[in-house]
Design a protein. Sequence first.
Length: 341
Amino acid sequence: MKRFFKISLVVVLCLVVVLAVAVTATIGWRPFLGPRARPLTNRVFEKTPERWARGKYIVENEAACADCHSPHDWTKHDSPIPDGMEGAGEDFSVLHGLPGHVVAPNLTPDPDTGSGSWSDDALARAIREGIGHDGRALFPMMPYENYRHMPDEDLASVIVFLRSLPPVRNPLPKTEIIFPVKYLIRSVPQPITEPVPAPDVSDPVKRGAFLVTIAGCKDCHTPANKGEPLPNMDLAGGQIFDGPWGRVATPNLTPDPSGIPYYDEALFLQAMRTGFVRARSLNQIMPWRNYGGMTDDDLKAIFAFLKTVKPIHHVVDNAEPPTMCVICKTSHGGGDKNQKN
């Protein structure tokens, strides 16, 4: 009997070791230990007119924070925000296919339903590091992985502007992510413990690359599988957005013939300013109304960068009925015109 127990103990220990190695080599221990998070500080960002103006530009245009964190009338071409509701939060139960109930919280300084009780550093940590004011890992639909590249002064400006918004009482449900995604996303947040300097924007392409990161263009215009972008498919389109605006696939933005090689600078600016590519209307899920408020120089820099990206053949045409695409494994317009290399 003792021999049996010894053998059983050895077997159990071996299984534990194998399991530990398997966890370490695959998902890691963060889903069990919780997200990495630095302690909050008592820092407060000084309010200046320059920071307010810069923060307004980032929130409303460059990063389009107000687009996700505000309700919309999705029946209209410009999907307007109801009066007085900018930054008051949005319930994304209208967006089909998410792993649970995702809510972009109320960012106005309402003390009960908004950010009024959050410290400046709690906001800063959420924006760039992905840790909510309550210590949870934020669902990475909030693009904090992109905002990690936001320089310190821009971060301060964003928070100064958010603090200036009129408080709006807007009770919203909590985000509830389903198992196992709610645990897997604990691996995404990363603390920032060193200063983030201003980026090198010494030429239009470098400036455009930074703006594309902050604006999150790749997040929507790169096809994904279960939320993970497909490798070697940056900006090749095909990600599906299904909601009250209809079912639409994002277009290919690369300079391949299946993308937008026919765009010139003037056409790109027209699309961003008006939501139309000549006579063709962009779907209202594309936040052109926000990006259209960017300066000419910033929009031209984005276009300059897009001209330099790798051409990827991936036909995406929302004017055609959805068919299965062998490249991105998704059903979208023009999908049957694609072939694997």
